[in-house]
Ligand binder design. Structure first.
Ligand code: AMP
Ligand code: ZN
Length: 438
């Protein structure tokens, strides 16, 4: 029975001492390793690394384990890394942002239950209770922000409004009519929603019951968060998730807003140097590496997230000793996260190179305009031309084809050969003017 007066959704797990957390992690890690070894993929990896399950005797031994990567997921597409028979799985999510094979994550019913518990824990942590009304503006479907928050909010016991993405007028009507007190949205969408509220003469402070925003799924700066809080007159909490680790729920800020608590009863958190793959000291920026501790269908050992962050601490005035990490500071690969969608520049390049009229030089610029994050693609012509209808059609076709590939429609500018800057070293293909990693 949940105690609504407790600041914790799962007091036993959330308030564990460091010693208790680490003891539980070791026990779960040993189980997870044995479970992984039922699968050929991991058996081979372990053989290559020359280790066996018995080599894991302490938590530090996690470093003996082989890393896993997005590439591994693609190569084993779709079910090669499953550690249970498919008949035991009840759902899969597939991630955007890859050329060739996408990545697939399978879930058993228990995996989904634990994921819902994790999300509920986060939402409870920022003050939400069964009396609250939770509106989710994530797309429902393969994108984990939809179903992930849905089941988590239901698990907490809130009245949920699965509004899904877009249609701001309808979102605002729901917020007012249903007395929505909490919204989950990507940060760039909150600013858009606010613009529409202003146009409609709706003042979020005066005309709504909003008290909490969960913002995440894409990088954003502290300044952007503060702006959102001022606009909407409510607290906005950073929510970190990734499909490979389930989706939302992996890391979340508590009311102290002093970093993201990553739940160490579910994951082992490591921060490594992306070049040497050796651990970096607390406080130094490195790549986040996560090991799932409870997953049945598709456990992942030492998964290289490619997200860059640092350890801020392992205690907190909120009473939770689960590790606190800084907001994401960048990526160790060239993946772009734009409006919650993962995009690799190579996806755009592949399409541009299919047009013989185009040259090799192109530039992707990410900007925030009218509170909306946009992608602008500039690409040079191969030969000079004054055939403007050809240029216009080219731009239209590129917009359409790239839009199909990355699920967002870019703005396209065709420019004359020699117009775009040429860098001396490695070509600069992406300029991010959103200033999201600050
Ligand atoms: P997906 O697998 O589609 O959910 O995308 C996961 C990626 O989105 C992560 O690896 C991060 O790069 C990014 N991401 C998700 N949440 C956040 C957040 N709160 N802050 C910064 N980046 C985020
Ligand atoms: Zn805390």
């Amino acid at each position: 029975m949940i105690n609504v007066n407790s600041p914790y959704f799962n007091p036993e797990r959330e308030t564990m001492s460091r010693q208790q957390i680490e003891a539980l992690q070791l026990e779960r890690l040993k189980q997870a390793v044995r479970h992984c070894l039922t699968n050929d993929f991991y058996q081979k990896k372990f053989e290559e690394a020359g280790i066996t399950a018995d080599d894991i005797q302490s938590l530090a031994d996690v470093r003996k384990l082989p890393f896993t990567t997005k590439q591994d997921l693609r190569e084993s597409y779709p079910f090669g890394m499953a550690c249970v028979p498919l008949r035991d799985c009840v759902r899969l999510h597939s991630s955007s942002g890859t050329t060739g094979n996408p990545t697939v994550i399978l879930h058993t019913q228990k995996d989904l239950d634990e994921w819902a518990n994790q999300v509920a824990r986060n939402l409870w942590m920022v003050g939400l209770r069964p009396d609250d009304v939770f509106q989710n503006s994530s797309g429902y479907g393969m994108f984990t922000g939809g179903l992930g928050f849905q089941y988590g909010a239901e698990r907490l016991g809130m009245l949920t409004v699965p509004a899904a993405a877009g249609n701001s007028l309808r979102q605002i009507k729901f917020i007012k009519d249903f007395g929505t007190t909490a919204i989950h949205a990507i940060p760039s969408y909150v600013t858009r929603l606010y613009e529409v509220m202003k146009e409609q003469g709706v003042d979020p402070r005066r005309d709504t019951k909003l008290k909490v925003l969960a913002i995440g799924a894409e990088p954003h700066s502290e300044e952007q968060r503060q702006r959102i809080e001022e606009m909407m007159g409510v607290k906005a909490y950073n929510s970190f998730g990734m499909s490979e680790m389930c989706g939302p729920g992996v890391g979340f800020e508590c009311k102290e807003q002093n970093g993201l608590h990553f739940w160490e009863d579910y994951y082992i958190v490591e921060i490594v140097d992306p070049e040497t793959l050796e651990p970096v000291p607390d406080g130094e920026i490195g790549e986040l590496v996560l090991t799932t501790l409870c997953r049945e269908a598709m456990p992942l050992l030492r998964y290289r997230t490619r997200d860059l962050t640092r350890v801020l601490g392992r205690s907190c005035p909120c009473g939770r000793n689960h590790i606190r990490l800084d907001r994401m500071r960048g990526r160790s690969d060239d993946m772009i996260v734009l409006r919650g969608v993962n995009i690799f520049p190579i996806q755009v390049e592949k399409i541009l190179m299919q047009f013989p009229e185009l040259g090799n030089n192109y530039l992707i610029t990410l900007v925030t305009e009218d509170n909306n994050d946009q992608m602008i693609i500039e690409v040079e012509l191969a030969e000079p031309t004054d055939n403007y209808s050809l240029i216009e059609n080219l731009a239209k076709e590129i917009r359409h084809r790239v839009g199909d590939e990355i699920l967002l429609k870019p703005r396209v500018r065709i420019v004359a050969k020699g117009t775009l800057p040429v860098s001396e070293g490695k070509a600069v293909r992406v300029v991010d003017k959103r200033k999201v990693y600050q």
